[in-house]
Design a protein around this ligand. Structure first.
Ligand SMILES: Cc1cc2nc3c(=O)[nH]c(=O)nc-3n(C[C@H](O)[C@H](O)[C@H](O)COP(=O)(O)OP(=O)(O)OC[C@H]3O[C@@H](n4cnc5c(N)ncnc54)[C@H](O)[C@@H]3O)c2cc1C
Length: 222
């Protein structure tokens, strides 16, 4: 995935808050860069202030056009806070490598990451709720919502769905090897990158599965 696209100076995603400070050359406010990272990620860490303090909850999600959708039990603290108007900060991180330098201080990680600020809106409309939930399932395994039993009305009532418009966000990408100090380059210490990837192994069917039932194909390389 190429991220060296020019950062649109006038991108609406760029605000005082999403202006990168350190290593700003690694940042981007290009919507397509942000969306590619969101689409490849599987887990969002969703931070809100609820009951007097911060809480960060890992969650599944899906993107439909310019919106992210989160879901969970109707009593979920984070989602309830969002439905009641709390602000959120959400991150999605793709870890691409462990960067080992000759000196301890220059160890790092290669990554593609999004930080997104915003507010959520409770999804009340039943059709939109169903579409969002199908998208969350399909984000994990494409096409899965077409084969799985859809939610019943009572399952829908028990599920809180929140829409988060993607209006204020930044991406940050680190690639390449370690950046050692010149004075350390001759140290007899291994330096380089250990690539990291999330891959899917062969599916393992559950114990009551009919033998002829087709296994899903993950979007993760296996
Ligand atoms: C896997 C991983 C491990 C990291 N480990 C460390 C670590 O150990 N120590 C450390 O100091 N930093 C680490 N970082 C980088 C860290 O996320 C921040 O980018 C960095 O701390 C710079 O903070 P700042 O004070 O300059 O900016 P801040 O003032 O914190 O951020 C200003 C704005 O820049 C944007 N921004 C900042 N960081 C990111 C990001 N990662 N992705 C997208 N937008 C961003 C946001 O919009 C934010 O509002 C890591 C990042 C990743 C993805």
């Amino acid at each position: 995935m190429a991220f060296n696209r020019p950062d649109p100076a006038e991108s609406p995603l760029r605000t005082t808050r999403t202006e990168l400070k350190r290593k700003r050359e690694r940042g981007s406010h290009d919507r397509s860069v942000v969306e590619e990272i969101l689409d490849e990620g599987l887990v969002a860490h969703v931070g809100v202030v609820a009951d007097g303090g911060p809480i960060v909850t890992p969650m599944a999600y899906a993107r439909i056009d310019g919106d992210l959708f989160l879901h969970g039990a109707a009593g979920n603290r984070t989602l309830r806070a969002l439905a009641e108007g709390s602000a959120l900060c959400l991150t999605v991180t793709l870890l691409d490598g462990l960067v080992l330098a000759r000196s301890a201080i220059h160890h790092s990680m290669n990554y593609r990451c999004v930080v997104l600020y915003g507010r959520g809106h409770r999804v009340e409309d039943e059709a939109e709720k169903r579409r969002a939930l199908a998208a969350v399932v399909d984000h994990v395994v494409p096409g899965r919502s077409a084969v799985a039993r859809p939610p019943t009305s009572s399952e829908l009532r028990a599920t809180l769905v929140v829409r988060v418009p993607i209006v204020e966000a930044s991406a940050k990408v680190r690639g390449g090897g370690p950046v050692d100090d010149d004075a350390d380059l001759e140290l007899p210490v291994w330096a380089g990158v250990i690539p990291v990837e999330v891959v899917a192994d062969a599916p393992v069917g559950d114990s009551v599965l009919e033998a002829e039932t087709t296994a899903p194909v993950s979007r993760l390389r296996g």
